[in-house]
Design a protein around this ligand. Structure first.
Ligand code: SIN
Length: 292
């Protein structure tokens, strides 16, 4: 197995490994590279849905799928992300997954730590995933901003209908009703704005334009400009804390949601098809621990 780190050590390519081998030796080597680089691009994989589940499960318990109607028919913990349509016009997979910067399931009490995304079919153009290093963003924040957010919590919610920072994709059938129903039925979740990584001990900014709506115990007049300021580090066009992945056939990408954000960049459309298989590992609950 060979590990080729990307710029600034953020992200790495791994070659020479077959992830159908779920031995302790492979698990340890992949997991250490994952903690060191936050995003791994593992080349030349061809895992069936069951094999992808077997690989993901070596790192922990798999998450239940919110969009169950888009689970893979061979395994309900594999979510299909795709723009394909069936002859009756219904969507094969989630069509608008990840279109704004986020950390997966930060709107759950126990958010996702690992996401595994296997590219099954790549479009001729577009379809990249972009990642952002939230350790480095936290480190780059001015002291006065760090002082304002450290030890504070923010409110995360899944519904796009509650979030003026995002728009609802016109390509998702029934999207407006779907997000309105979520707005009524799903509870908000409180998360620390600065998250201490439970394994590396490093601090990361833990907020996203997609899911973070408010700062607890702070008036919106102060909180919204502060969130805008924080999100500039994520959306800044110069992208100094970022890695953008262009998929090759056989790529399997896995990332650490405790210290990164990501977004699907789009840029493709039918008849060009993008299809990904996604599995996710739950937990732990996010927390903040002051540096010693
Ligand atoms: C996701 O947000 O989990 C998927 C990102 C992508 O499809 O590029």
């Amino acid at each position: 197995m060979k590990i080729n780190p990307f710029d600034n050590n953020f992200g790495a390519e791994i070659t020479g490994v077959d992830l159908r081998d779920t031995s302790q030796e492979i698990k340890d080597a992949v997991y250490q590279a994952f903690l060191d680089h936050q995003v791994l691009v593992i080349r030349d994989q061809e895992l069936s849905p069951l094999q992808q589940v077997a690989f993901t499960e070596i790192f922990g318990e798999l998450e239940w799928q919110e969009n169950a109607q888009h689970s893979h028919p061979e395994h309900d913990k594999v979510l299909v992300l795709s723009n394909e349509l069936r002859p009756d016009g219904s969507a094969v997979g989630v069509v608008d997954a990840g279109d704004f910067w986020h950390s997966d399931s930060s709107h759950h009490e126990e958010p996702v730590k690992i996401t595994v995304l296997q590219s099954i079919r790549n479009p001729k153009t577009g379809g990249d995933t972009e990642f952002c290093d939230m350790y480095r963003i936290y480190d780059a924040l001015p002291d006065d901003i760090k002082a304002k957010i450290t030890g504070r919590n923010a409110i995360h919610h899944v519904s796009k209908a509650l979030n003026p920072r995002v728009t609802i994709s016109p390509s998702r059938p029934g999207a407006a009703d779907f997000y309105e129903t979520q707005a009524k039925n799903r509870a908000p979740v409180s998360q620390p704005l600065v998250r201490t990584h439970d394994e590396t001990g490093r601090q990361a900014l833990y907020a996203s334009p997609r899911f973070t709506l408010k700062i607890e115990d702070m008036d919106d007049a102060e909180a919204q400009p502060l969130l805008d300021e924080l999100f500039k580090y994520v959306t800044d066009r110069k992208r100094p804390y970022h890695y953008r992945h262009k998929y090759r056939d056989g790529d399997l990408v896995m990332w650490d949601n405790r210290c990164t954000l990501h977004r699907a960049t789009g840029g493709y459309g039918l008849p060009d098809i993008r299809r990904m298989h996604r599995t996710t590992v739950i937990g732990p609950k996010a927390f903040f621990k002051p540096a010693a």
